[in-house]
Design a protein around this ligand. Structure first.
Ligand SMILES: Nc1ncnc2c1ncn2[C@@H]1O[C@H](COP(=O)(O)OP(=O)(O)OP(=O)(O)O)[C@@H](O)[C@H]1O
Ligand SMILES: [Mg+2]
Length: 220
């Protein structure tokens, strides 16, 4: 059976990954502060909602108001999509976090695209690594069953710091891992994207220069 792909909503990305994300796949977007993880998620969802899909932004980091403001800053207009119940935004507390409400919300609202922002925030509230790992396994397998295409953002320091080994991240469980880099030094590679892995896809391997401006993220 031919693999079904959906457009990412990030200009320049689809042609680097054989046309888009695999439908129903789970994608981890890694990067340091300000690298563009949340914006990438917002564009991915906005594109789907604009094209008739129901989408859900599940944030543990920002209020709904801030998310709406972030979207407006990159030229997206969320209001109409929210009114039509196409774009759903939930701002939740990571304390005593349960994943079942996410699953319920996906089912009730027939969600096709999901963003979870961020794994690192949730992980801080787990007693230990194995509990977090167990949670991630359950979450990812539920999302797969539901066939919802998901971006999970995850913070990562630029170097190989100790927090990278301390906490198990979603990288091994996800179908795809995309890294966003931000040097803050200016120049062509001030911002860039690298597709670390994408199962079943002949993806671009090299580091791709990226921009964020009032039109959002795009690849150069
Ligand atoms: N309109 C804009 N024009 C230019 N750059 C912008 C614009 N809007 C946002 N940015 C850039 O995007 C960055 C924020 O991106 P985003 O919120 O997606 O980062 P993040 O990876 O989610 O960071 P964090 O880990 O802190 O949540 C800002 O720091 C800013 O540099
Ligand atoms: Mg963010």
């Amino acid at each position: 059976m031919a693999l079904e792909r959906i457009k990412t909503g990030i200009p320049g990305l689809d042609e680097k990954i054989e046309g888009g994300f695999e439908k129903g796949s789970v994608i981890t977007v890694l990067g340091g502060p300000g690298a563009g993880k949340s914006i990438m998620g917002m564009q991915f969802l906005h594109y789907g909602a604009k094209n008739g899909e129901n989408v859900l932004y599940y944030s543990f980091e920002e209020s709904k108001e801030d998310i709406i403001r972030d979207m407006e800053a990159i030229g997206l207009d969320p209001y109409e999509l929210i009114k039509q119940n196409k774009l759903n935004i939930i701002s939740a507390s990571p304390i005593d976090f349960e994943y079942l409400p996410i699953i319920d919300s996906i089912k009730t609202n027939n969600i096709k695209r999901l963003v979870i922002d961020s794994l690192s925030t949730i992980s801080m509230y787990f007693e230990n690594n194995s509990k977090f790992r167990r949670f991630l396994l359950d979450l990812v397998s539920s999302l797969k069953e539901l066939g919802v295409t998901t971006i999970m953002t995850d913070e990562q320091s630029q170097g190989t710091g100790e927090n990278e080994i301390m906490f198990f991240s979603g990288e091994y469980l996800s179908d795809a891992v995309i890294k966003l880099y931000y040097t803050g030094l200016g120049g062509e590679y001030d911002r860039s994207m690298q597709i670390i892995k994408m199962r079943r896809t002949n993806n671009e391997r090299s580091v791709i220069p990226m921009k964020i401006d009032k039109g959002g993220i795009y690849l150069k």
